[in-house]
Design a protein around this ligand. Sequence first.
Ligand SMILES: C[S@@+](CC[C@H](N)C(=O)[O-])C[C@H]1O[C@@H](n2cnc3c(N)ncnc32)[C@H](O)[C@@H]1O
Length: 251
Amino acid sequence: MATDKLFRKRQRLVSDFTFGRHTAKVFDDMLTRSVPFYGEIQRMIGELAADFAVEGSNLYDLGCSTGNTFCLLDPLVSKGVRFVGVDSSPEMLAKAREKVKRHGMQRAHEFVCADLNRGVQVTNASVVIMILTLQFIRPLYRHTLIKSIASGMNDQGCFILVEKVLPRDSMLNRLFIKYYYAFKERQGYTTMEIAQKREALENVLVPYRLEENQELLLSSGFSQCDVFFKWYNFCGLVALKTRHDSPAKAE
Ligand SMILES: C[S@@+](CC[C@H](N)C(=O)[O-])C[C@H]1O[C@@H](n2cnc3c(N)ncnc32)[C@H](O)[C@@H]1O
């Protein structure tokens, strides 16, 4: 796995972050060193997806990058489920195609190069996954996008959304950022790398507050949602179209 050194050298002018060739090359290393508990988040998604994926339906990964999630899900999800990966970066998709081939994935699958700002056509979906991608979609288009996801999902389907989120309180915001940077330093990133990447993401990654994302889901066709993962400003949400019976009281 190539090491992420994209921001190691001092840049006179930091340009906006992109998901092109240079990022795709080091992306897997970047992801595991930049997302706290990425492995555990993926493991939990595997568990959820395996329970909701239905034979004969589609499972979508929107913003699939290099295809990590499909490789993880392949042994867990019934073989009769077709995988559809969507991403706007041809370089990421080239890596994804190569990776699922190397992985020996036999099931029906497709990778689609498309800009999610323009919406997405989801059909017969039992599971839709969107990991750290909605935050890159322009806020103006998020509602339409989530509505189109919800309307293309089957009634018993589940939508799994992982996002960076902002705390409501400004002091907590500062503290969460401080703890996140400490995490990145523990992963071997220098203070300068952290600062330059932050600058590059400034106008590109636009996080919502957790409640804003919940509101977005509930106003777009999902009848309920819950948090399945939270680490400071990283959050995993699971949304369902159909309300299920109340669970039994805690044992
Ligand atoms: C942080 S990465 C997602 C990580 C990935 N889900 C995973 O767990 O490995 C964000 C991805 O979203 C894609 N992306 C960003 N903006 C997009 C857009 N407007 N339409 C489609 N894909 C987009 C990027 O190319 C990138 O691969």
